[in-house]
Design a protein around this ligand. Structure first.
Ligand code: GLU
Length: 485
């Protein structure tokens, strides 16, 4: 059996990490089994359709390397893969259920339905359709059709007995049929509901495993009934756990969770996002955190999907991103960070120079965007922008601009005399000065650091000066001295 899975987003907005995690699990299952992964757009709810949402889904998947074998843009043996282009298929299938008496037309007006609902609420009963049209006589039906009354098609749920559902993670769960209602499968405008469209498509597209969010589990008995009505074998269903914030409330921006593409803007690496998402509701061995994509594909199985809610931890994601950044080669880090730096500076940046700087900064950044703060000064032209007090710091030189200016003068004299401008030579020239001045080396270095970088936290000082070069370093040291004078 070829494993075929799908990601079936509704284009109702920008995809969030939770949506993408479901896509990732389905993709991993297909990859693990050498199967196929499909992208299907479930756009039958026209009211909730958002312009650009399909593109955002595709862009997100592409960014994360989650590629699809069949889909709206790619076509495939079961095209089209956009539900609004498949209306005749759903209408045909609704017709089959009408013909086999598994469905009926319902002519109830929305006013009538809302009155029924109100009366049920007043009686403290769960609101559901009262099956008014289920047993209309042939004559009544013919009359309504002749009047051209708008109709929906409802599924004829058995009135008693049980429907046995099976979820790969939760096992068998029976549902009493009298708790289910006669749900709509085709709306009066000819659009199907999710229940009909998803089942018909999963069957026709030969989906073997349906991975979807836990919120769909209550719909499972309806779906099983639809499979029975058509006489089809259902696929394996696996409902993946919910994702909660650290306070165990529904996940939101407040917990640091954003639209998936926002993470790209924030400087996250796609491989870190994939690794992080894979561990939200799945585990390799309960302890390994850093797992590359090949290992994920090799090990992924639905057996290790967890049913407990997964807790989203934004700090862990940031940490993980830092780990992936540190593992990049200097050239690769430079290439990825370049757009962030160029965006901030508003001009092109020399990629080779950035690659030279990469080893100095990679321990100090957690996102690609941090490169702007941590390495921007390497590329700044003209004077740095900082307050003179920053040079003085809070220790020996605090409130003593004259002493700091003198210290800088000594540093300038010592380094100017160097034949070789490298970090060992620079350190060899500067370190002894601290002792002569009677200050700790770190305090003198702090003064120099602000002078050459404009910052108190920066990459290693002498390596930084080596990369900055003799002219720029001396220019900045003199400018700092000038500020204090
Ligand atoms: N269109 C549904 C959603 O976006 C998909 C559910 C499913 O995967 O079947 O929630």
């Amino acid at each position: 059996m070829t494993v075929r899975t799908r990601y079936a987003p509704s284009p109702t907005g920008d995809p969030h990490l939770g949506n993408i995690r479901t896509a990732l699990f389905a993709w991993l299952l297909a990859k693990h089994n050498g199967g196929q992964f499909l992208l299907r757009i479930e756009d039958t709810d026209r009211q909730r359709f958002v312009e650009g949402a399909v593109e955002a889904q595709m862009e997100t998947l592409r960014w994360l390397g989650i590629d699809w074998d069949e889909g709206p843009d790619k076509g495939g043996p079961h095209a089209p893969y956009t539900q609004s282009e498949r209306l005749d298929i759903y209408q045909d299938h609704a017709g089959r259920l009408l013909a086999s008496d598994w469905a009926y037309r319902c002519y109830c007006s929305s006013e009538r339905l809302s009155e029924v609902r109100k009366a049920q609420q007043a009686r403290k009963e769960p609101p559901r359709y009262d099956r008014h049209c289920r047993d209309l006589s042939a004559k009544d039906r013919a009359q309504r059709e002749a009047d051209g009354a708008p109709a929906v098609v409802r599924f004829k749920t058995p009135l008693d007995g049980e429907t046995l559902t099976h979820d790969a993670l939760r096992g068998e769960v029976p549902f009493a049929n009298d708790t289910l209602d006669d749900f709509v499968i085709l709306k009066s405008d000819g659009y199907p509901t999710y229940h009909l469209a998803a089942i018909v498509d999963d069957h026709l597209m030969e989906i073997t495993h349906v991975l979807r969010g836990e919120e769909w589990i209550s719909s499972l008995p309806r779906h099983v009934l639809i499979y029975q009505a058509f006489g089809w074998d259902p696929p394996v269903f696996a409902h993946v756990s919910r994702i909660l914030g650290s306070d165990r409330a529904k996940l939101s921006k407040r917990h640091g969770a954003h639209a998936a593409l926002t993470y790209r803007e924030m400087g996250y690496l796609p491989e870190a996002i994939v690794n992080f998402l894979a561990l939200l509701g799945w585990s390799l061995d309960d302890k390994t955190e850093i797992i590359d994509i090949d290992t994920l594909i090799g090990a992924f199985d639905i057996d290790r999907l967890l049913t407990n809610p997964a807790v989203f931890n934004a700090e862990k994601l940031e940490w993980m991103n830092g780990v992936y950044i540190r593992n990049l080669s200097p050239e690769n880090l430079a290439e990825r960070a370049l757009p962030f730096l160029e965006g901030a500076l508003g001009r092109p940046v020399d990629a080779q120079k950035l690659a030279q700087i990469a080893p100095l900064i990679k321990e100090r950044i957690k996102t690609l965007k941090d490169v702007v703060e941590m390495a921007g000064f390497f590329f700044t032209e003209g004077p740095l922008d900082y307050e003179p007090e920053l040079i003085l710091g809070k220790k020996s030189f605090a409130g003593a601009p004259d002493r700091a200016a003198q210290a800088l003068a000594s540093v300038i004299a010592a380094v100017e005399a160097l034949d070789d401008w490298n970090h060992e030579a620079l350190e060899g020239a500067v370190r002894p000065l601290a002792e002569e001045m009677g200050v700790k080396a770190g305090e003198l270095f702090a003064v120099i650091r602000v002078a050459v970088t404009g910052r108190t936290a920066a990459p290693p000082l002498f390596e930084t000066m080596a990369v900055l070069g003799r002219d720029l370093s001396l220019e900045r040291l003199s400018a700092a001295r000038g500020l204090l004078a």
